[in-house]
Design a protein around this ligand. Structure first.
Ligand SMILES: [Zn+2]
Length: 250
């Protein structure tokens, strides 16, 4: 029996919560890039039961689901590498993801509307979803903003694009931010960009080699089939591998 985790969706209409299960090798090796389609595909694989598909989730809710997947898979700590803009030396950034989430959510000033429709001056809008993002993928930045507004503004003017975007992120913050860092080599202060979607997906992609090593190790020792190993929840697979390795080195 797999561990299930219920997550409350705060901003998505008509879907108060979803349940996701632990990641397995099958999903880990399926990650091909850090884009929105890959994020949607991953959530749809892990989602249990009927109900809303990840495309229909408000982007901010999707980020919260991705953060939960990250924490379940790798723990709360984020440990990223960046390169100093001044001296070009690489250095590490480390923080706790739940703390960042708390900070972003507490700085959100807007109130969540039950109807999913928000007002700004004369204009009514809804929050962007994965479907909206996929619809504007590949457009240039300015075109993309305009196209997104076309999709999300329900009535009234689309001319106050910037204000509407600000209002959207004030209501439902995505987990994307600039983090102030100081280079340990030269002391230069700079901003490092973090967003949960590309961080999680890149990390899963980086660890694919480890998944293949795990498969090889378990197949060699236990003679389990490729399919059986791929279907093991990650934590269980990793603890079997550790037991085998402890025996070999012990
Ligand atoms: Zn530096």
């Amino acid at each position: 029996m797999q561990n299930l985790r219920s997550l409350r969706l705060r901003y998505t209409q008509g879907q108060p919560e979803i349940r996701i299960r632990e990641i397995t090798g099958r999903e880990e090796i399926a990650v091909c890039d850090a884009g929105t389609s890959s994020a949607i595909f991953l959530i749809n694989q892990l989602k249990m039961g009927e109900g809303l598909s990840a495309e229909r989730m408000v982007t901010a809710d999707r980020d919260r689901v991705l953060a939960a997947i990250y924490i379940d898979t790798f723990g709360s700590r984020v440990n990223g590498k960046t390169k100093c803009l001044e001296c070009q030396q690489p250095f590490e950034i480390e923080f706790q993801l739940p703390e960042l989430q708390q900070h972003l959510e507490s700085s959100a000033a807007g109130t969540v509307e039950e109807s999913g429709i928000y007002c700004l001056d004369e204009c009514e809008f809804r929050l962007p979803t994965g479907e909206d993002e996929l619809a504007i993928a590949g457009l240039q930045a300015t075109e993309a903003v305009n196209a997104l507004l076309q999709l999300c503004v329900v009535s009234g003017g689309k001319q106050q694009g910037e204000k509407i975007q600000e209002a959207m992120s004030g209501i439902a913050p995505v987990i994307q931010t600039e983090i102030k860092t100081v280079c340990p080599e030269c002391g230069h202060t700079q901003q490092a960009r973090f967003d949960i979607q590309s961080y999680l997906l890149s990390k899963l992609k980086e660890e694919q080699k480890q998944v293949y090593r795990d498969i090889h190790r378990l197949a060699s020792s236990y003679k389990w089939s490729h399919r059986e190993i791929l279907e093991l929840p990650r934590r269980l697979r990793r603890s079997y591998v550790k037991m085998i390795e402890d025996e070999l080195t012990g």
